[in-house]
Design a protein around this ligand. Structure first.
Ligand code: C2E
Ligand code: CA
Ligand code: CA
Ligand code: CA
Length: 277
């Protein structure tokens, strides 16, 4: 289906540059996207390799623009970030995702973690803890079923600040995940002082896993180190059976990727959960 492909928004990612007038128009219409209900949250399953079960879902934002079709998050999230719109949009994503997870639990489905991405500006907004607490109370979701993802780059920019915020979230019982791990060129030792639950190895590593032996060694080292620090490990962007075989052989816990599922609409995600795949 159109809404699940990547190619239909390729145009926007490749032809629009910064300060492009079309980008300005896009930014204006993004201001109305929320109230016009053009934004949607899609869900990508996270699978536990050992059992094949779905243990989590990552919430991924989609924008169904009335004229332009599906606009990629890589295009409009930066716009939302620059304009500050990310605060209200991010809050909506968080509320929608928590509420969806609560709906799944109340339908009697096995409990899942819902992972929600936080942009740098969202992570640095003073009211973050308050907002998260409010949304959990409002939706009734237990904190342990929410995981917040911040990128490695966001995390290491100001480690003291990061530690303070993450400790606050940990006290609430929310889980923390480091996204795009390996791209920020930090070492795990810099992150070990943070209260983390999960590391996500960036998909750029997975893409080279079976063609570059050095990358395979790096991934193996990351898996070993994560285990010694007591962190779960998720490999993202798994597309090929060979990649899965390798990840299995080095005892990586979880995978996410097109090999299993693309991001799904709430409706399709519910079907997948109910069919137990
Ligand atoms: P991310 O957090 O690293 O999300 C993973 C991206 O990889 C998603 O792209 C997902 O569709 C894609 N992906 C998953 N499996 C595969 C695979 O097997 N192969 C390939 N090639 N790609 C795969 P998406 O949905 O386009 O999102 C792109 C980025 O936009 C996200 O990267 C995240 O940084 C940002 N984003 C998405 N939703 C939100 C949101 O609600 N809030 C914020 N702040 N950022 C978001
Ligand atoms: Ca993510
Ligand atoms: Ca990622
Ligand atoms: Ca990314």
């Amino acid at each position: 289906a159109k809404d699940e492909g990547r190619n239909n928004y390729q145009f926007y990612t490749t032809t629009l540059g910064a300060k492009n007038p079309e980008l300005l128009t896009l930014e204006k219409s993004l201001r109305y996207a929320l109230e016009r209900q053009e934004l949607m949250v899609y869900y990508q399953p996270r699978i536990k390799i050992a059992t094949g079960e779905i243990t989590g879902m990552e919430a991924l934002l989609r924008w169904q623009h009335p004229e332009m079709g599906l606009v990629a998050p890589n295009v409009f999230i930066p716009l939302a970030e620059q304009s500050g719109l990310i605060i209200s949009i991010g809050e909506w994503v968080l509320r929608t995702a928590c509420s969806q997870n609560q709906i799944w639990q109340q339908a009697g489905l096995p409990p899942l973690t819902i992972a929600v991405n936080l942009s740098p500006k969202q992570f640095r907004q003073p009211k973050l803890l308050e907002t998260v607490a409010e949304i959990l109370a409002e939706t009734g979701l237990e904190a342990q079923f929410l995981e917040l993802e911040i990128t490695e780059t966001t995390a290491i920019e100001d480690l003291d600040f990061t530690r303070t915020v993450l400790q606050g979230l940990q006290e609430m019982g929310v889980h923390i995940s480091i996204d795009d791990f390996g791209t920020g060129h930090s070492s795990l030792s810099r992150l070990q002082l943070l209260p983390l639950h999960n590391l996500k190895i960036d998909k750029s590593f997975i893409q080279e896993l079976t063609t570059d032996i050095k990358v395979a060694h790096i991934v193996k080292a990351i898996v070993t180190l994560a285990r010694s620090l007591g962190l779960r490990l998720t490999a993202e962007g798994v597309e090929k059976p060979e990649e899965l075989d390798f990840l299995k052989s080095i005892h990586c816990e979880d995978v996410q990727g097109f090999l299993f599922h693309k991001p799904l609409s709430a409706e399709k995600a519910t079907e997948v959960l109910k069919s137990g795949r």
